[in-house]
Design a protein around this ligand. Structure first.
Ligand code: SAH
Ligand code: SF4
Ligand code: F3S
Length: 476
């Protein structure tokens, strides 16, 4: 693997020892700064993007906490601000540049402030070149492949107070046992694989997250058991395409087998997974879901387009018809399942006819909800090179029509549990403090009167009012 700048001489140590040593070094620096300032140092980690990034941020927070920082949500109060970035669409990038402008102002008031950037955007050379040149506010940059070197980079920046940039072009290793600070006590994501080999023609993820690598099932199950022992009830298994789990390993465990083992772990009450690609969704997976009550009755199955022609150009490896037959199979095996999807509008070459195919697929499936995206051109992807880009006004107009269709079918579908008593995992207090909020197995939110002592427990709730994509209810 290639590195653009190297930082530390700790060869000969195991990754675990190296991490521990670097955290100790960072902690020494934090103690010295704490003594000078006469108060504890605070850090804020701000996450953009998907569940994978959210899980990475829990590791970043774990490292910062082990080094002696106090975690805060307030960037105003923080001595160290770290943005864990996403680059899946152009607006994600723009958002980060906008925030960097604000941080430039903040740093004028507080010159000691340290600003770090990591995550997917940092794996794009043109982004890093722009930040190097135009954003002197940024002190630290690292990428997705070397997240585990963060302790070393943190120690270095605290010690030397000079800009630190370390980026790797790729990695074939997986470093286990980083410290983690979970956002929720009762639920956790668990990475089962990293990277993506699918190269959908519009998507930047394979370029910024690298080639697919699966974790050993023994490591995953040990993590799940440890989380269960620590009070976790709900596990979300994470990967860009969980159906390819294990293909890079010789152990022979498939995703459905792994999912079954996780669901059978003592103490785990709910298991979810994200994301499943339609091209290699097996009958075995559907059987495992049907036969394990603890696997949540929710399937997120991104379709992207309802037109077989566009799906071909997207390099998705399935057709409208094969997608629809998968939906039929899933519904036949698990009738209570809720179905959600991702859809892109305005992929290059999309005609009104192709778009009509997407609209009719949305109506035919009746998704509970759908994440809809305007196609965004990503530098380096094959679709960005195409000359038949859809004009923005045409794409926007289609997007509005799609939203209306999703709202109509989604409201009808997700209100079908009205009047039932369903188990709710209580997650948090609502903005209205008299209400608690949680989710049913189908991943639909329910708000109901209650108090904070319910957080983390699974309670039967009577669903008394449907609001379209969520419910109001009462403890049963
Ligand atoms: N690995 C997941 C998706 C990860 S990205 C999967 O294949 O299902 C999440 C979603 O972002 C994708 O499903 C897609 O709908 C959307 N997306 C990805 N690249 C995009 C682009 N260039 N423009 C618009 N939406 C995009
Ligand atoms: Fe992107 Fe496709 Fe990989 Fe999902 S499967 S991350 S959409 S390339
Ligand atoms: Fe964004 Fe990276 Fe996830 S590009 S969607 S944070 S894998």
């Amino acid at each position: 693997m290639l590195r653009t700048e190297d930082t530390n001489e700790t060869s000969g140590l195991s990754p675990d020892e190296r991490t521990r040593l670097a955290i100790e070094q960072a902690a020494t620096e934090v103690r010295a700064l704490t003594a000078i300032k006469g108060r504890k140092l605070k850090s804020a980690v701000v996450t953009f993007g998907c569940q994978m990034n959210a899980r990475d941020s829990e590791k970043l927070r774990g490292i910062l906490e082990s080094a002696g920082f106090i975690d805060t949500d307030s960037e105003e109060e923080a001595d160290f601000i770290l943005y864990n970035t996403c680059t899946v669409r152009e607006n994600a990038d723009q958002h980060v540049y906008g925030r960097l402008g604000i941080l430039t102002g903040l740093k004028k008031k507080r010159p000691d402030l340290i600003v770090g950037l990591c995550g997917c955007m940092m794996q794009e050379p043109h982004v890093v070149a722009k930040i190097r040149k135009s954003y002197p506010v940024v002190d630290l940059i690292f990428g997705t492949h070397n997240l585990f070197t963060f302790p070393e980079l943190l120690a270095k920046i605290l010690r030397e107070k000079k800009r630190v940039i370390e980026l790797w072009d790729g990695t074939d290793s997986i470093v286990e046992n980083l410290p983690v600070k979970r956002k929720y006590a009762f639920k956790s994501g668990v990475n089962i694989m990293f990277g993506c080999n699918n190269f959908c023609s519009y998507c930047i993820v394979p370029y910024v997250r690298g080639r697919e690598r699966s974790r050993l099932d023994t490591d995953i199950l040990a993590e799940v058991r440890a989380l269960a022992a620590d009070g976790v009830k709900e596990i979300m298994l994470l990967g860009q395409n969980v159906n390819s789990y294990g293909k890079t390993l010789s152990q022979g465990t498939s995703f459905p087998q792994l999912l079954a083992k996780v669901a059978e772990t003592d103490g785990i009450e709910r298991v979810r997974f994200m994301t499943s690609h339609p091209k290699d969704l097996s009958d075995e997976l559907i059987d495992v879901i049907a036969s394990h009550e603890k696997i949540c009755r929710h399937f997120h199955l991104p379709v992207q387009s309802g037109s077989t022609r566009i799906l071909g150009m997207m390099n998705r490896h399935y057709t409208r018809e094969t997608y629809l037959s998968l939906i039929e199979k899933i519904r036949a095996a698990v009738p209570e399942i809720s179905l959600t999807t991702d859809i892109i509008v305005g992929f290059p070459g999309e005609t009104e006819g192709d778009f009509q195919d997407t609209l009719s697929l949305v109506r035919e499936v009746g998704f509970d909800s759908a994440f809809t995206f305007l196609y965004s051109k990503r530098t380096g992807t094959p679709a960005a090179e195409r000359e038949d880009q859809v004009p923005p006004d045409v794409a926007h107009e289609r997007f509005e029509r799609l939203l209306a269709a999703v709202k109509e079918t989604g409201e009808a579908a997700s209100s079908r549990f009205l009047g039932r008593v369903m188990d709710v995992l209580v997650e948090e207090q609502n903005k209205d403090p008299r209400l608690m909020s949680g989710r049913i197995s189908q991943n639909i939110t329910v708000h109901f009167p209650g108090d904070k002592s319910l957080i983390g427990s699974i309670r039967p709730v009577h669903l008394t009012e449907s609001k379209g994509f969520y419910y109001f209810g009462e403890l049963a």
